[in-house]
Design a protein around this ligand. Structure first.
Ligand SMILES: CC(C)(COP(=O)(O)OP(=O)(O)OC[C@H]1O[C@@H](n2cnc3c(N)ncnc32)[C@H](O)[C@@H]1OP(=O)(O)O)[C@@H](O)C(=O)NCCC(=O)NCCS
Length: 196
C-alpha cells in the first residue's frame, strides 16, 4: 500500500496498516523534506509512474486538501481499516476510507469515499456520510444522521438522531447538534449554534 501524506494523520494510517499486516511500500508527500512520518525508505513527491500497481490511501486530515489530492492521483484507491474497528456487514464504505482504532459503524450506513472515521468515533444505524467527510475522534452520530461532503464533525461531538448536516460544514469539538445545519456553516456549543 502507498500512503499520500507524511504528517500526523499519516502516522495513524501507518499504524493501522501495520496492525492489519499490510506493508507500506512508499510514502508520497508534496513537502516530503518536512515529513514527520519517518522510518520508510521510499519518500518523495507524488509520481503516477511509481508503483503504479499499488493501491494508495490519502492520509491527509484536512478534508479540502484531501479532496484536492484525490483529484490529481491516478493510482487505484486502498482502504485503511484498523482490526479493532467494528463495521456491520450491512454497511457500505467507500474506497480511500480510513477507519481508525475502535471506531464503530452500525447497520445500514453508507459512508463515502475518502472519509475518515477517527479514533473511537461511533456512527449508528442508517447514517449517510458524504465523500471527504471526517468524523472526529470520539464523535457520535446517532441513527439516521446525514453528513454532507467535506464536513468535519469535531472531536467528541454528538449529533442527535435524524439530523442533517450540509456539505463543507465544521462542527466544533464537543458540540451537541440538535437541529439541521445548512451547507458551509460553522457551528459549536450545546446546543450547537452558528458561530460565523
Ligand atoms: C469550531 C472551531 C472550528 C472554531 O475554530 P475557529 O474558526 O478558529 O474559531 P475561534 O477559535 O476563533 O472561535 C470562535 C468563537 O467560537 C468559540 N468556540 C470555538 N470552538 C468552540 C467549541 N468547540 N465549542 C464551543 N465554542 C467554541 C470560541 O470560544 C469563540 O467564541 P467568542 O467569539 O465568544 O470568543 C474549532 O474551535 C473546533 O472546535 N474545531 C474542531 C477540531 C476537531 O475536533 N478536529 C478533529 C480532528 S482531530
Amino acid at each position: 500500500m502507498l500512503i499520500y501524506g507524511a504528517g500526523g494523520h499519516a502516522k495513524v494510517v501507518a499504524s493501522i496498516l501495520l496492525a492489519s499486516g499490510v506493508q507500506v511500500t512508499g510514502i508520497f508527500d508534496d513537502n516530503w523534506r518536512h515529513a514527520t512520518l519517518r522510518g520508510y525508505d521510499f519518500l518523495c513527491d507524488y509520481n503516477a509512474g511509481y508503483f503504479p500497481a499499488q493501491p494508495l490511501v490519502i492520509a491527509i486530515g484536512n478534508n479540502h486538501d484531501r479532496r484536492k489530492v484525490a483529484e490529481k492521483i491516478s493510482h487505484s484507491l486502498g482502504q485503511a481499516i484498523h482490526p479493532s474497528a467494528m463495521i456491520d456487514a450491512t454497511t457500505r464504505v467507500g474506497p480511500g476510507i480510513v477507519i481508525v482504532h475502535n471506531a464503530v459503524i452500525q447497520a445500514d450506513c453508507r459512508v463515502g469515499n475518502h472519509v475518515i472515521v477517527n479514533t473511537a468515533a461511533i456512527i449508528d444505524h442508517d447514517c449517510i456520510v458524504g465523500d471527504f467527510a471526517h468524523i472526529g475522534p470520539g464523535a457520535t452520530l446517532c441513527g439516521d444522521v446525514c453528513v454532507g461532503e467535506c464536513t468535519l464533525v469535531g472531536a467528541g461531538s454528538v449529533v442527535l438522531p435524524g439530523i442533517s448536516i450540509g456539505k463543507e460544514c465544521v462542527i466544533g469539538a464537543g458540540s451537541i447538534v440538535v437541529s439541521d445545519v445548512p451547507d458551509y456553516a460553522k457551528v459549536a456549543g450545546n446546543p450547537a449554534r452558528i458561530i460565523y
